[in-house]
Ligand binder design. Structure first.
Ligand SMILES: [Zn+2]
Length: 71
């Protein structure tokens, strides 16, 4: 189940639809570039957002419930 939110791109003012997902940790990276359309986001910004999301997914998926490394 996903939540579609309509926002205006802060750079070109175009209406864009963004999917609001409850993905723990990735929200800060997403909100930083929220609403910026694909035409306006630079490759560097896109890369940063992707890597922040990847980090958040790794932190969320691994760690706490993994017993590996303890013994
Ligand atoms: Zn734009």
């Amino acid at each position: 189940m996903s939540n579609i939110k309509k926002v205006n791109c802060p750079r070109c003012n175009k209406e864009v639809f963004t999917v609001v997902r409850s993905l723990t940790g990735a929200e800060s990276a997403r909100s930083k570039y929220q609403g910026i359309c694909n035409q306006c986001i630079t490759p560097e910004e896109n890369k940063e957002m992707m890597s922040e999301q990847a980090k958040a997914i790794i932190n969320y998926g691994g760690g706490s419930h993994s017993p590996a490394g303890r013994w």
